[in-house]
Write a protein that binds this ligand. Sequence first.
Ligand code: PLP
Length: 393
Amino acid sequence: MKINHRLMENNFIKEDFDNTINLLKKRNPILTQSKYVELFEKQWSKWLGVKYSTFVNSGSSANFITISILKYLNKNIKKNEIIVPTLTWVSDINSVILNNFKPIFVDINLSNLSMNEEQVLKKISNKTLAVFITHAQGFNGLSENLINVLKKKNIHLIEDVCESHGATFKKKKLGSYGLISNFSFYYAHHLSTIEGGMVCTNNKKIYEMTKMFRSHGMVREAKNQKFENLMIKKYNDISPKFIFLYPTLNFRNNEIGATIGLSQLKRLNINNTKRNENFLYFLKNLDKNKYFVNYNLNGISNYAFPIILKNRNINHRNYFEYKLKKANIEFRRGNAGGGNQLRQPYLKKYLKKENLRSFPNVEYIHNYGYYIGNYPNLKKNKIIKITKYLNSI
Ligand SMILES: Cc1ncc(COP(=O)(O)O)c(C=O)c1O
């Protein structure tokens, strides 16, 4: 039986293209970063409930800029550790390593696929500069206790919300709690700008740094005349428009991405509601004897159906994958980022010091966790078709 279910469908609609064509039809349109980028940043900040946002060319660029800024803000060189989850995207870990911090790995909870709080608290030391949480696959990873402990110990909370646009904790959007937060607008996410990402903060100094880090480390990008004058005076042997303060690259996005983002932002809340309805319907119809369903659903904003097999048997897993392929249901094993990052070749050096047995939940997800697509125009009868098929495996 063919079900034909893709990871994502219909993420761009005619209105997005019409708005883009209108931009292109203008006389001498500016297509590199300009007023639509600024407008998208303002509207995104308003939607999220933060003061400032900086539009960049990907979620990984947002990760990298964020951790680079932490490095330059950090006055205590002994604080060189950043606590990270084992279930996340590769760029969350790489942004830590590439900025010469030491990643400290923690396991996850099955109920929200996010960092296990007990392990986070255990691994906090006087070297901990930040906790870089990932709100994986639309679930909230925050708790009152975690926020309070980090505040008390003066440890930065950094949020990766790339997979969870619109998810909330205590009715406030994720991404508005941390010192800095990151979003991705890649194709399959809740909102897409083709490629794109956002760095968000309430801190003006950090905001100005994000704009410099996005654009060659250039002082004029901060758009703070007082600061610029100071720098011009300090570096008076350098052309005033070309003072490069930080070592970075070009992570800018453009007016086409911003136009699509503005167009999509108008329907983000409606789409999130539809996706959540789909997810609850999917869970309701899934066989609880075969699949894990005990998620913490408070504040979710789901964009992909997680499928975690209860039968921990490799032969069964292979059969499950065979059946999905046969029905043409596109899937990914390992949930967020392909499972346990510690198993990836780029982290070989770190694995030597770790025992995989200390990470049982991410190991489980690595081997038996999957996701398939959940998009706004998915119909109830299709969800029934999918769950019936899954329940028959
Ligand atoms: C949790 C997380 N962080 C970061 C990223 C990187 O985003 P991008 O693909 O836009 O670089 C992703 C990508 O999907 C992600 O899922």
